[in-house]
Write a protein that binds this ligand. Sequence first.
Ligand code: N01
Length: 501
Amino acid sequence: MPRPEPLTIPPRGNAPFHVAIIGAGFGGIGAAIQLRRAGFHDFTILEAASDIGGTWRDNTYPGAACDVQSHLYSFSFAPWPHWDHMFARQEQILAYLRWCAGTHGLDPHLRLDCPVREARFDEKAQHWRLRVGNGDELVAHAVISATGGLSQPQWPDIPGQKEFRGEQFHTARWNHDVELDGQRVAVIGTGASAIQVVPAIADRVRSLDLFQRTPPWVLPKPDRTIGPRERTLLENLPALQWLQRQRIYWSLEPRVLGFVIHPRIMGGLQALAKLHLRRSIQDSELRTRVTPDYTIGCKRILMSNDYYDALQRPHVTVHAGGASGLTPGGVLDGNGHEQPADVVIHATGFKAADAPIPYTLTGLDGASLNDRWAREGAAAFKGTTVHGFPNFFLIVGPNTGLGHSSMVHIIESQITYVLDALRTIARTGANWIDVRQEAQDQWNADLQKRLAGTVWASGCNAWYQSSHGRNTTLWPGFTWQFRQRTRRFDANAYLTDRDVA
Ligand code: N01
């Protein structure tokens, strides 16, 4: 694998230039590996939890697996020949991330159980001050914030949750102490998490009531096991692994055309999903109940070979119309009828579109990014830098999400950009860089113009939209276009401390 160009940053005053990485999921681990591979060792990874892994540590629900093939949903600079399924299970992805951290020597840089509460730019000292959970303060000259787009669970906005007397939990905080065998279980939500959970638990429970508000489009999942012989071959022939990655990448990339050019192009995919539905569900009434009424792709397209089977078990009931509340003994359907339940599982997703930053972030002139984004909606330049927040870099920032390919590809592109920004700081001797407001505004105006014609704007209610009515989550293009735009740090779009001195 080609190494990133070397990175050596001269000390600032008496102190070495220090980088704080917030979060040890794919984004934080990837950034740390690339810093080390570039020969830069002065960084700390601050992780709020007691283990690394991000979303792949938190989502331990039964059936949790990736819906992108693992040879692509992994770092190109840390290929792994050991995937035992085309679409890896959660435990194996977590094992992969631990392997990445171990083999790339990240352990000495890791501070676990160390939630960042506040990051404040000290204009006089020209560096960031980070306050962590135990009250300690850490100084950093640059901050890479990789806290993840899907890290904060969204509980349903329905009354009665405090009154429910049984057990309840969110899929991203699965309570493994709760026994599901023989219980009456209610699942709220029919998104990517629910369609994995429902088939995984259906056989164990006494009854399963699924509360669906909007049915998803579901395609067959082209999964298969990767046997020991194939894995040995991949291990011994790295070129074959590379080819496998390329094959998957180029097979997924054209799918973006249907998302961004015209919703009509989605016709073929929608026909395939309808065929999957017709072949899988015989009962026409149930089929009608789970047939979506919006264009495929407007909400995330799901993949499963066993979801529809599970819905047809005699003890499984789909309640269209969603859940309208909880009572002490169960869940109210859309008509207000109570469905008794011992356990309620909230498969209701994450706070994604409003891109919350899970700590207080204060930049130049005391500006608060938390307030700004709450007021105006999330916006950044290239999903990575934000005007007024010098030397602050987001991984998986606004409008970097994908509906068609691997987020790890986007993460790698952003890391390349951040490393090049740090190289610019090293080369020019500047203390900080700050993206110009005009550059950021132009970037976002262009994005919103392109998003207006996409399938995501075709009239469904998806978490891609922020509460301000803008799509602040998705990248409306090919992933190689994003890579092209982040290949080099574009210094002209930035001010430095010297420009404002
Ligand atoms: O969450 P979601 P998710 N009554 O927001 C419903 C990633 N992911 O955790 O559609 C009934 O998709 C809500 O209904 P509606 C992936 O990026 C990846 O499933 O808003 N239902 C919806 O059905 C994914 O997109 C993998 O009408 C209620 C559901 O809750 C993202 O995570 C696996 C309701 C939330 O679905 C989020 O997926 C899993 C109510 N009162 C997740 N309130 C991979 O395989 C809300 N809902 C990589």
